[in-house]
Design a protein around this ligand. Structure first.
Ligand code: 8ZB
Length: 483
């Protein structure tokens, strides 16, 4: 199929669908009309899009953990615990790595081993292998809306199954679930595949079922400059809107400097809304998600709670609609249900203490919002130019030329010439731009801030700053000062 940012035709969608549903036997359990009837009976309080809309209207920040284990009954117990003991507002189904690579045979082995070992031998919920009926069993066992959180370049079958199973939100996108997650999957393929997922979402919307879509904001979660992360979020939002998606949550991963993080969320909402309007998508319901620090964590659990609470405070002051929670086991690996619930409770305590508070506008905040918007615009303008007006084509060319470039991404389609480092206040700045087309004024401004830090530290602006910043939070500081 030719790559273009155009709503898929019915014929093209049906042709793909016929083949997709054969990729695993559980595909036979998907019947669109039957699924619509089932979804119509899902109560409003278990619809993800509805709950986000309500939170946005009330100005509250919802709390959502990540969680997923191999077997259905254990997964249900886990989600019920995070709902009842943790107090989660929204529930995840974190999907295992084999499913993310469409390696369903290995999921089958993992399921059998989990039964034998009586513990989860997969790092998430193998939703394709479990199929529609089990998705519904999970939904019917909890009182909260459900979302699939994964990292799947080709999520077409996964998306068919989760929505037929009553889950009303799906994370991901053609860029955000490729560049940080895959080594050699072409961007063209993942944009096309995610157009399918978004078209299916659009079809549900056209049949009266509200489904939320959430591009994956943090990307590599390693010092990603806010403007680069906002470009990906806005682009995936526009691509989804073209396919008929109406309910969108655009995301951002915490960098750590309060003013910059609040500015990133404010700039994201304002600029995304402008682009939706410019391109004629007038009825998008836009919400935001703030991911607590996605980089290296301190192993000490008390220190980990410090990082979790700081992310919670920033999400509240930014007015994010949702915050994704980390746990005190982050430095070790997949958390126990108890540690997961602790992360939720610490987050809710902080959000409640800050209820109704927002970071007030200031010269610094205004300046940071304008800078992020200006940087974002430089990249977006180039994107449309490269694509000769077509966003999808523009994205592929932007990565080929390094106009879009995600720091520390594994994908061979990512130029990897960009280098970020923190300024003296811990805000993430561009140290190297590679092919990113920023104005001279913006380049000089970023450089000056890094020179100021270098002067304070008595060293040159260098790659060592980048390395020091990557380890800093785990070692207990934000800026990686020389030892
Ligand atoms: C981009 C996602 C990374 C985060 O996703 C967490 N994560 C991954 N898999 C699971 C799981 N099965 N249960 C609970 N958390 C999980 C990691 O710890 C990390 O914070």
């Amino acid at each position: 199929m030719e790559l273009k940012n155009k709503k898929m035709t019915e014929a093209e969608f049906s042709k793909q669908r016929e083949e997709i549903l054969t990729h695993w036997p559980t595909g036979k359990g998907v019947d669109l009309q039957e699924a619509v009837e089932y979804l119509k009976k899902v109560p409003e309080h278990k619809n993800f899009a509805a709950k986000l809309r309500k939170a946005n209207q009330e100005g509250v920040t919802l709390v959502q953990p990540r969680a997923g284990v191999a077997l259905v009954d254990e997964h249900i117990k886990l989600l019920q615990y995070l709902q009842d003991e943790g107090g989660a507002d929204l529930l995840p189904n974190t999907i295992d790595s084999y499913t993310r690579q469409n390696r369903y045979n290995e999921c089958e082995v993992g399921i059998q081993e989990s039964i034998k070992e009586n513990r989860s031998m997969l790092n998430g919920f193998p939703v394709v292998n479990h199929g529609v009926a089990n998705c519904r069993k999970v939904l019917e066992a909890v009182e909260l809306p459900l979302q699939a959180r994964h990292g799947t370049p080709d999520a077409r079958l996964l998306t068919e199954i989760i929505h037929a199973g009553g889950w009303t939100s799906n994370e991901g996108g053609g860029i955000s679930y490729n560049i940080p997650y895959a080594k050699s999957v072409s961007l063209e393929k993942t944009i096309l595949d995610w157009q399918y997922c978004d078209r299916l979402t659009g079809m549900y919307e056209e049949m009266g079922i509200e489904i939320n879509r959430e591009p994956f904001g943090p990307l590599t979660g390693t010092l990603v400059p806010p403007s680069m992360s906002n470009v990906v979020a806005i682009v995936e939002g526009l691509l989804a809107a073209e396919q008929g998606v109406k309910n969108l949550t655009l995301g951002y991963g915490q960098c750590g400097n309060l003013v910059q993080d609040v500015a990133a969320i404010r700039a994201l909402v304002e600029q995304a809304s402008e682009y939706f309007k410019t391109y004629g998508y007038n009825n998008i319901e836009l919400t935001t998600v703030f991911h607590q620090w996605m980089g290296g964590f301190p192993a000490d659990e008390s220190k980990a709670f410090g990082v979790i609470s700081w992310g919670s405070a920033t999400a509240a002051l930014a007015g994010a609609t949702k915050v994704i929670v980390k746990t005190p086991h982050e430095a070790i690996g997949i958390p126990t249900k108890e540690a997961n619930a602790q992360g939720i409770k610490a987050t809710k305590q902080t959000l409640n203490l800050l209820k109704g508070q927002r970071l007030p506008m200031s010269k610094e905040l205004e300046q940071e919002i304008s800078l992020i918007k200006a940087e974002t615009k430089c990249i977006m303008d180039k994107l449309f130019e490269l694509g000769k007006g077509d966003l999808a084509v523009g994205v592929v060319k932007a990565f080929e030329t390094g106009v879009m470039d995600i720091p520390f991404a594994p994908s061979k389609y990512n130029a990897g010439k960009i280098l970020p480092a923190r300024d003296n206040n811990g805000a993430v700045r561009y140290l190297e731009f590679g092919g990113i087309p920023m104005s001279k004024e913006i380049k000089d401004f970023n450089r000056q801030l890094l020179e100021d830090r270098a002067k304070t530290e008595g060293r040159d602006v260098s790659f060592q700053m980048v390395v020091d910043d990557i380890y800093a939070v785990g070692k207990g500081t934000l800026v990686g000062r020389p030892e």
